[in-house]
Design a protein around this ligand. Sequence first.
Ligand SMILES: Nc1nc2c(ncn2[C@@H]2O[C@H](COP(=O)(O)OP(=O)(O)OP(=O)(O)O)[C@@H](O)[C@H]2O)c(=O)[nH]1
Ligand SMILES: [Mg+2]
Length: 203
Amino acid sequence: MKIKSAEFVISNSEVAKCPKNAIPEYAFIGRSNVGKSSLINMLTDRKSLAKTSGRPGKTQLINHFIINDEWYLVDLPGYGYARVSKSSKKKFQKFITNYFEQRQQLVSAFVLVDIRHKPQPIDLEFMQYLGESGIPFAIIFTKADKLKPKAIENHVKDYCQELLKTWEELPPYFVTSSSKKIGQEAVLDFIESTNNEIAALKG
Ligand SMILES: Nc1nc2c(ncn2[C@@H]2O[C@H](COP(=O)(O)OP(=O)(O)OP(=O)(O)O)[C@@H](O)[C@H]2O)c(=O)[nH]1
Ligand SMILES: [Mg+2]
């Protein structure tokens, strides 16, 4: 998919106030600092469409971006970062779970995990939560520039093995690096073919 346009639309803390348009939507979620906002910039070829930071907890709201006037890309706050505030210490903030449970337009979530780390309980729990809520998801391994190709292969293999302990089938997954621009085409092609399937179903 070619990115012809990518624009910020709105930030919200309530899912009820999110855009009402019935167009396909893809949401990026994962631990704080895993690289969600950076990935959004890499995918859209924009330097600072989504705000990034070296300190965890940068993204605090539900941020909608419209791509090619055709689909929404959503940047979400990270989970698993306790220092944000006392009241939001709960593992998955309520407005995030509300978003996933109520957002009719959501086609698929992308759960981002840092390729350097072993499977973390909080990520596996979030995937479990999505599965139980009937929300399709794909996994995006981030920061692949930090590992050598052989290590990437081993980490992905180990991750898949862990998933197969609880899942019968593996979700789609992608290896990416925002700094080295790895994985852009694969992720965008996945979104494009999913959009095409939806359009075909609609007739
Ligand atoms: N080496 C490397 N660093 C990355 C990559 N992607 C993101 N980073 C760095 O990781 C840090 C966090 O990036 P963000 O994109 O702000 O992470 P986030 O998941 O949106 O974080 P929150 O909004 O706080 O939840 C920044 O210092 C980025 O420069 C990558 O592909 N490679
Ligand atoms: Mg962010």
